[in-house]
Design a binder for this molecule. Sequence first.
Ligand SMILES: Cc1ncc(COP(=O)(O)O)c(C=O)c1O
Length: 393
Amino acid sequence: MARKIETALVQAGRAPVRHYGFVNPPLKRGSTVLHESIAAKKEVGQRAAFEPVENYGVMGSDTHFALEAALAEIEGGTRAQVTASGLSAITVPLLAYLKTGEHILVPDSVYGPTRSFCDSLLKRFGVETTYYDPMLTPAALEALFQPNTRVLFTESPGSHTFEVQDIPALAKVAHAHGAKVFLDNTWGLLHFAPFEHGVDVSIHALTKYVGGHSDIILGGVVVNSEEDWRWLRLGSLELGNYASPDDCWLALRGLRTLHLRLKAAETAGLEIANWFAARPEVARVLHPALPSCPGHEIFKRDFTGACGLFGVVFQPAYSAEDVVRMIDALTMFGIGASWGGFESLVLPTTGTIRRSAGTGRFEGEAARFQIGLESVEDLIADLEQGLAALKGK
Ligand SMILES: Cc1ncc(COP(=O)(O)O)c(C=O)c1O
């Protein structure tokens, strides 16, 4: 019987008998691993490419392997590779899989640095990118496939604009064309089971809720077949990808309380999203759990919950300057990139996002809110005075 997610988060990756009984795996830093003989070194070397055995620092230590085992289990996959950052959890598998002359489909709502990577480095290496509307029907998406399309990249919900994609339907089209489905599943952590919905490669910025304290930079890639594991692992080794063991250790610690923190973020996020939805200054709220968000029906079908990150579109009467004035007036929301930490954050959407397939336009200016673990009452009081500033009061 598969253990429940709460149990997996507590137990996965721990092996106290191997660590003198200590509850947590140790933080192991190191480059050289010593072997008893040349024969022993050779034997370990042959296994280390694909198995969790310590051979040389860059190939990983117990600390990395513990986190990778836990990630694979909570995602429902077979193997995982940690990477230096959330962005490298995107670039490493793309570089490992694609080659010159191939084509990739990427949603217009993709995380900005993923777009930059496609438009600069992938382009220089002769890989062509087509951006598609994340809400395209499967039939319309099919028309964008070329004989050389090797990857359908997805991100659901989309960065800043929160479109929820019909991953199972789009994956069917991709697989019919022999393409792999990559998903940036950072927002859907614990709430979207990638491999039950047709995904081949699931990507996470562990920097967000797994770290949970705005103090690490880390990524993870999970796959569900031996074939996918082999190209991912080889590519990762060839690229010299290495994640800090200190950050892996903190991520392991973060995993143990992840479901509690996510639950708190979901509850507070929904309370504040609903509060915004009832305000006259707001045109609509881009929270996947609310009907006003593109793809809400798909969210209800495919997700088991939400995190605390969502968007708010203001009435067209308010300008970008009004929204900036509101943000500057907030005292409990930090102004800064990232999300998933214990503290609340806000960023304007306008001026932040880049789009090239005509999506991401709403009736008014928008902002993105990350709801932290503060009192909801305090946050709403702060937002009240922020909305007064929006109106120029
Ligand atoms: C959806 C998404 N994917 C990936 C990343 C990249 O993560 P990192 O900051 O660890 O590189 C981010 C960061 O904001 C993100 O929002």
